[in-house]
Design a protein around this ligand. Sequence first.
Ligand code: URA
Length: 267
Amino acid sequence: MDPRELAEHLRFYQELGVTGISRDAKWRRRSDPDAPAGLGVEPAGDPSLPVAEAGGEPSPAESRSRDVTSEPIALLRSAAEALTTIRTDIGDCTRCKLHRLGRRQVVFGVGNPEADLMFVGEAPGGDEDVQGIPFVGRAGQLLTKIIEAIGLTRDDVYIANVIKCRPPENRNPEPDEVETCEPFLFRQVDVIAPKVIVALGTFAAKTLLKTNDPISRMRGRVYDYRGAKLIPTFHPAFLLRSPERKRDVWEDMKKVRSLLQGSAGDE
Ligand code: URA
């Protein structure tokens, strides 16, 4: 399907009150026998429920969505496809000034579209700008070790940034840049629907939680965010400068691991 058409379908569902997709794997399988390998094939069952768990009375939004073609519903089942739509919508972005301030390319996100764990950083740096992949420089290598420390790999998780283009000289993102770009991050979060989000550093935590609290005040706590648990922690680039704070990040990551295993309470 044409990406524009797909975007229209998705907006249509947003208007119907569909605000996310189910985490239940069975809603992410396709009924199409020609589906690409790895997306799975739909077993028997009602294909017309896009968001709610199976069973029980349908909500008004579900009832309304039963009246329309099931094609967009099938498309909503694949987080990978929904992410591709977001990437297509971003295009070769010129929405903010960063496109004329030396960025090479948009750095969208990487990893498992159905990840239980998502990391959100600030903005691409020089290495990320060259490779088009988030967190591949020195800070990224440290992030990879942090991920591996809780028994996961980069392929298990999803990694994205608040803004998708490198600010010149790696300066901090400016408010207009964050405002322009953050809707794409919010859409990524809604599609991936992770159980746990780790906000890496001040910018990510402030953008997601809409607060001005410093990261030092936020870290150590667990927040509810868009259906996920959000854990703010120090940015790996900060850890490279202040390695004594790695202990704090390890405490945070142990909490992440417990939440993923369903054994940590709210604070
Ligand atoms: N720092 C970030 O916040 N994001 C990256 O992708 C790389 C470094």
